[in-house]
Design a protein around this ligand. Sequence first.
Ligand SMILES: Nc1ncnc2c1ncn2[C@@H]1O[C@H](COP(=O)(O)OP(=O)(O)OP(=O)(O)O)[C@@H](O)[C@H]1O
Length: 748
Amino acid sequence: MQNPVQSEQFHLTTFYAALDRERGQAETRRESEQVAGTRNAQALHQRDGRVRDLNARLARLNAAEEGLYFGRLDDSDGEVLHLGRIGLHDEDYEPLLVDWRAPAARPFYVATAVHNQGVVRRRHIQSRLRKVVDVQDEQLDLGRTAEGESRLGTGVMGEAVLLKALEARRTGSMESIVQTIQADQDRIIRSELPGVLVVQGGPGTGKTAIALHRAAYLLYTHRDQLEKRGILVVGPNPTFLKFIGQVLPSLGEDGVRLVTLAELYPGLTATRPESAEAGEVKGRAVMAEVIAQAVADRQWVPAKPLEVTVDRTVLRLDPTVAEEARARARERRLTHNQARPFFLTEIVDALVDQYAEIIGADPLGGENLLDEYDLAELRKEVIAEPAVQELLHRLWPNLSPRELLVDLYGDERRLAEAAPQLSELDREHLLRYGDDWSPADVPLLDEAAELLGDDGQEAARLKAERARAIAYAQGSLDVLSGSGSTDFDEDDESEVLTARDLLDAEALAERYEADDDRTLAERAAVDRRWTYGHVIVDEAQELSPMAWRAIARRCPLRSMTLVGDVAQTSAAGGGTSWQQALASSFGDRWRLAELTMNYRTPAEVMELAGHVLQLVDPTVKAPESVRSTGVKPWHVDVVPADQAAYVSKVAGEEVQHGQVGVITSRLRLELVQEAVGELADVTVLTVAGAKGLEFDSVLVVDPEGIMLESPRGLRDLYVALTRCTQRLGVIGELPEVLAESDAWDIRS
Ligand SMILES: Nc1ncnc2c1ncn2[C@@H]1O[C@H](COP(=O)(O)OP(=O)(O)OP(=O)(O)O)[C@@H](O)[C@H]1O
């Protein structure tokens, strides 16, 4: 009998042959599509679509190259199922390899010895560069046992393979976990598409990994629904997005846009730093009312009549006229900028009437001497008068969201009028000058954009887009007519009209617009009103109520996955309970799933972090580590003056264990960064920057400082202590909560 490695090598070779065949076929089809000559615009357009589909298929096939085949299920009837990163067929279209996301693959992740779902053996196949390197079996029929079966009885699936993955050195990028997804994680990944799913889990429970695999699962299962609108993934910072950026491409999926909150509003990246207090005020739900009031305040009615001079004639605008015009414009329930022309028309009408009465008055007391033509001329004159324009601008200006906020933040009086519900101190936090933006401004800009509507800039942008499409289409037509003059053959497709016969550039542009060559992420990025088929938010506990409003707006269907840990909240405006965080945008219309196993942090480190968690919230249980390393965390108290140099020395030593993360207080950041310099494999960050990341070895520097420099400092310390996969060292004076623990290996 063949040994398992040999027999699986046979299968693996068959699957790679199928992969190569499919790849070859797709490439050949793409080539023939590209060289096929046609002058018919519609046929061209359809061909472009086919080429795009083939490119997507090829990208998926290429992404499946490493670890193509990783699992096998044998059932009691002798049926065998092979599982892989992608589905493959043989030449007769018989299934060879089942995509891990297909319903048939599910027992691989959820079958247990107690509920074996008919599976008698689960096999894990590990390969490298098309060679099987290891095979692990789990016997799931209770009558039999086999080597490699879960020793701990923890219900951990594929324990040996899992532990190998967890113990492996980190590469600086998150990797796919398709081979070792655990049953409780699988339930979340395959949870139904509609509704808001909140995934609460402590550090290292796999929330990020699961969220990304869920995106891949949803795109596979609901491709028709999701392909056009895409999935939005919101993460805490650019480093984090870089860290997770390879997971979905490695699963062959690209219909996803990854952003931080700072990039959510088109046309700006909001990176201006600001105080935690200002950020907190801006995030409050009440700011929606403040913005609405700020907009309403820009629809001004003067307290007394205003005078304006047109060609030496003084005209008066009565407050009641402005008041009534404003009421009627508001009744239309349009946005501020959309309603503006209706308001202006009434004001101009009133001024023109007055003007006509004055200058058209019959000295003999008869009827007004002006005819319709004269009135139209007077109207033009009134509108052209700069003083009238200025008056109209004061009464109801055309506003962009940025202008509204610049004016609001920069004017104490405006702030007091728009935000009477805020305290004076809160308003002081908002007061500032300039047109640069912090992440907390993004939801406010978005809110303002909703209420103001298009200020003309968006229309200008769309016009530019359209001009681009027309220019492109014109180019295509020129190429077509050029080729038509040289190689047109009477016999060849003589009934097919050339593009120019059928279409002009404008009409062709319309088609190209519908068939945009930019990626989904690129198109969505420039369109504030883009709505996604599904939204995933990572580190969701950090979001303020205003941020939730901006996110919810991007998914009117409310199909969302929100993953986070309310014990790790750093942001002053973030949530410390899901009820409180989500109430204003989702009420109680969300479902909760919880994760309790920690796949990252070793038990020795978690014991220490657990003390901090006890203080953060005594009702929360720390997640249980799936493994221990036998290495206790260590501590050295080094006086602040010597800390940076000491850290640099130790970080240099720690790199022998892999990627090193140095997490320090904001106060010490620069000093430590300078001391560490450009050491390879060492990253120096604050807790905010380390959110969601992990390293083989972590040095936490100045724990007391981390704890004291923010109102949520204890939670920050908890985050910092839980970033390592192997080793933790703490440098500097210990806060009491850590000093009391006996989980330490004390260094001198
Ligand atoms: N089933 C699994 N198989 C292999 N590795 C896993 C599994 N689940 C989680 N991991 C690994 O555990 C580590 C932690 O996962 P992840 O970063 O997704 O956790 P998290 O819950 O988002 O953590 P945090 O809240 O601390 O940021 C990652 O390296 C991830 O790949």
